[in-house]
Design a protein around this ligand. Structure first.
Ligand SMILES: NC(=O)c1ccc[n+]([C@@H]2O[C@H](COP(=O)([O-])OP(=O)(O)OC[C@H]3O[C@@H](n4cnc5c(N)ncnc54)[C@H](OP(=O)(O)O)[C@@H]3O)[C@@H](O)[C@H]2O)c1
Length: 275
């Protein structure tokens, strides 16, 4: 792809936060942006186009992708961003909650990839930017299923890169640390969290830290700038990180520290103890 040319970009989950910031920046940069949401529309006029897309529904994904292809003839870049966070002790989450978390954060990405890939393969060109998380590299306590969804996304993307390389298609992961978005308000709590849970005290302690860190996170525009760089640069690496230096350093710490030392550090960050 020629970096000087405007790209046709499809962004999932663009009604707020990181997706919204990407839609604003990429369209301001001259790219043709299709921003998607489960409920688009009630917005002021924007420089980008809105489409309805629910990543948990095959028909919804296919309809949105077909609409972009009909209008533009191609999709150059997909920012697979839609997602939410389920929190609570693993034991307190229902299997149905787990299924929904994976359906959105993992299978949602797969659905979009499957719908877009035939056209990218035909053109021998395309780029997937997958919004992962530090939680895709480090298992975050009391965000176990969220972390699981992002670890799985990391594995999926590593494999996708290799499979689609012969077709001239690239894929990359972007791991943000804490970002100040509606993820905090939109968080879903484990169905059995609260009074009666054996984990109540530890969970509430961890949740206070999780929410405070997110409210103190970097603005979503920081992530959008990184997305823009990836979109306009040459070949992309497997993964990149964005966010506060101290959080990005945790990625390094995981590899250099003995595993129990790192675990202890993580627990202390969340105010947790073994007893
Ligand atoms: N905020 C952070 O600290 C942080 C850190 C690391 C990674 N991330 C990742 O960044 C991505 C964006 O999150 P955000 O922080 O910007 O949160 P956000 O402000 O809550 O935005 C989430 C977006 O996802 C969309 N979404 C949720 N479920 C969907 C579904 N089934 N189908 C289609 N869209 C759906 C929402 O759109 P509608 O409700 O309008 O459909 C919304 O636009 C997520 O993948 C998240 O895991 C966030």
């Amino acid at each position: 792809m020629d970096a000087s040319q405007g790209r046709v970009v499809l962004i999932t989950g663009a009604s707020s936060g990181i997706g919204r910031a990407c839609a604003e920046l990429l369209s301001a940069r001259g790219h043709t942006v299709y921003a998607t949401s489960r409920q688009p529309g009630a917005d002021a006029p924007t420089a980008w186009k809105w489409l309805e897309l629910d990543v948990t529904r095959d028909d919804s994904v296919q309809r949105a992708v077909d609409a972009v292809l009909a209008a533009e003839g191609r999709i150059d870049v997909v920012v697979n961003n839609a997602g939410y966070a389920l929190a609570g002790a693993l034991e307190d989450c229902s299997v149905e909650q787990a299924r929904q978390q994976l359906d959105t954060n993992l299978l949602g990405v797969l659905r979009v990839c499957k719908a877009v890939l035939p056209s990218m393969r035909a053109r021998k060109s395309g780029l997937f930017i997958h919004i992962s998380s530090l939680g895709g590299a480090v298992g975050l306590p009391f965000q176990g299923l969220y972390s699981a969804s992002k670890f799985a996304l990391e594995g999926l993307t590593e494999c996708l890169r290799i499979e689609v390389a012969p077709f001239g298609i690239e894929a990359t992961l972007l791991q943000p640390g804490d970002v100040k978005t509606r993820l905090t308000e939109n968080r879903v709590l484990a169905s059995q969290a609260g009074p009666g849970s054996a984990y109540q005290v530890q969970f509430e302690t961890a949740l206070r830290t999780i929410e405070a860190d997110e409210r103190d996170g970097v603005p979503p525009e920081d992530v959008a700038r990184r997305v823009l760089e990836l979109l306009e640069r040459g070949p992309v690496r497997v993964r990149y990180s964005v966010g506060k230096l101290v959080q990005r350093a945790a990625l390094l710490a995981k590899w250099v520290l003995p595993s129990r030392t790192f675990e202890q550090l993580l627990m202390s960050l969340y105010g947790l103890s073994r007893s």
